[in-house]
Design a binder for this molecule. Structure first.
Ligand code: SD4
Length: 337
């Protein structure tokens, strides 16, 4: 990963408030959220719209920003932004071209969540590139939250998605090489990673999020990670903020990571503090082998402040705000080898 610059700690440039405007703090949110005063404060926010995403995905954030600038809402933005990476065959941890499981099957996990707390998710989806859009259809067109495997695929086809082979030649070759030794060891940090989690705040101050991945390379057949699990891979509470996770999903699920980050922000922590605390929960577990795996979080609060933090060096967040689309290297927990 090319490290243009190391921007330590949180991005402190939250959404600016117009003179005289006040905004409900996380601490007293319960009493004021949804009030006329709060709505007026949000209407005065500057620095919107705003998009953040895991890893170095400037084309995806640019697409999301384009949607927002042309009047689209945060939900449309995160869906469209994630689709860019799903369609990118070079990205080997999401959508088409994703690395397969140990049996050679590419299986996708994705979810999406809107400002009203509605959500949709697909797990173990095969042969459909745009898992995030199928997740949105689950949210909008079914009474369910989650569809899995063949049911998810048939639902997608019934909605007009075209089945296709997602295993590209490059990913097939990588899998064949892996099969020679067939050692299963989660990779600690993947350079130029592209499993994508995205959060957007539109001009009205409303937040939505999405997450899409082909999961861990060479995972066991049937394995599902954190990414499609609401509260683990993604959580949005439009009155507080939102969080999305990346890295070793099993560890995120065990601590319900994204929900934890949002609840910490509800209690008054900044997005940066909340991400750091959620990483601390993982690394401070008894007998944690955190030296062997990576987890990263990005978060946004209702003031438009953002945070990002990981266990190991190498994680980054892409942020698009006020015309700047930039990759920000994350601070990290494990400083010495
Ligand atoms: C998973 N969390 O399936 C995903 C993979 C990922 O960075 O995000 N890798 O566990």
């Amino acid at each position: 990963m090319k490290r243009r610059k190391f921007i330590k700690n949180a991005s402190l440039t939250g959404v600016g408030l117009a003179v005289g405007a006040t905004i409900t703090s996380c601490e007293d949110k319960n009493s004021k959220a949804g009030t006329k005063e709060n709505k007026e404060a949000i209407a005065n926010l500057q620095g919107l719209p705003l998009v953040i995403a895991t890893w170095h995905v400037k084309e995806a954030t640019a697409k999301a920003m384009e949607v927002l600038q042309s009047g689209g809402n945060a939900l449309d933005a995160v869906e469209q932004g994630c689709r860019v990476e799903e369609a990118n065959e070079k990205g080997q941890s999401v959508g088409k071209g994703g690395l397969p499981d140990r049996d050679g099957n590419v299986t996708l996990d994705a979810c999406i969540m809107d400002k009203n707390g509605n959500c949709g998710s697909v797990v173990y989806l095969q042969n459909i590139t745009h898992a995030v859009s199928v997740a949105r259809k689950v949210m909008e067109d079914t009474p369910h939250v989650m569809l899995a495997g063949e049911g998810a695929k048939q639902f997608a086809i019934s909605k007009g998605f075209q089945p296709e082979n997602l295993l590209t030649e490059a990913s097939k070759k990588a899998w064949e090489k892996w099969k020679v030794e067939a050692k299963y060891k989660p990779i600690i940090n993947i350079e130029n990673h592209d499993t994508i989690g995205m959060l957007a705040m539109d001009k009205n101050g409303d937040i939505s999020g999405a997450c899409t991945t082909s999961g861990l390379a060479y995972k066991m057949g049937g394995r599902v990670g954190d990414s499609p699990i609401i509260g683990s891979g993604l959580f949005v509470d439009n009155e507080v903020g939102a969080c999305v996770a990346t890295g070793l999903g099993e560890e995120v699920v065990k601590t319900v990571g994204s929900f934890l980050v949002v609840e910490l922000m509800r209690q008054g922590k900044s997005p940066q503090e909340a991400c750091e605390e959620a990483i601390n929960r993982i690394v401070s577990k008894p007998n944690s082998n955190y030296k062997d795996f990576q987890v990263g979080y990005i978060a946004i609060n209702k003031k438009g402040e953002t945070g990002h933090y990981s266990i190991h060096e190498g994680f980054s967040m892409t942020k698009f705000q006020d015309g700047n689309n930039e990759q920000l290297m994350s601070d990290f927990y494990h400083k010495s080898s």
